[in-house]
Design a protein around this ligand. Sequence first.
Ligand SMILES: [Zn+2]
Length: 200
Amino acid sequence: MALAYDGAIQRLIDAFNRLPGIGPKGAQRIAFHLLSAPDEEANELVEAIEEVKAKVRFCDICGNVCESSPCPVCADPRRDHTIICVVEEPKDVMSVERTREYRGLYHVLGGAINPMANVGPEDLSIAKLLDRLKTNEVQEVILALDPNIEGEATTTYLSRLLTPVGIKVTRLASGLPVGSDLEYADEITLGRALAGRREA
Ligand SMILES: [Zn+2]
């Protein structure tokens, strides 16, 4: 029995298999789905990938994904520029936005401290965060990291770093499902955790 398909189809399966959350079986299903799908459907996927790689970038201020920098949140004068909510990934910005409980700004760290994966504070966008705090406009930093070991370690690190700066540092109230990702919390639970935030 052959262990791999011939040529192009195997390359496509391998490419999907490298993506997060798909796995070998899912990769095979998607590849064969595309093989029998109408050309338009396959072309739409190709164009969407090309467009995202060509157009989407990271905001120079907050690190969120956007098509123009500064991003619409940083550039919006109606947002509260005295509060910054610190999150791990761009997808977490979307999770917090969905709660409709928050009107401040964001700062995307690009991950969390994780010694097992060799991710230290120097690998995260922390220097940029400190720079943003120098303007004296910011009065509160909310640490909204994932409720897991890495998020907890990063919260502790940042609160020790930021408290001497003299800015109010808060963290989400407990109640989020422990050991998971911010994105898995439903809007109501995350909204409550935000509203009930406490000093870190
Ligand atoms: Zn921004």
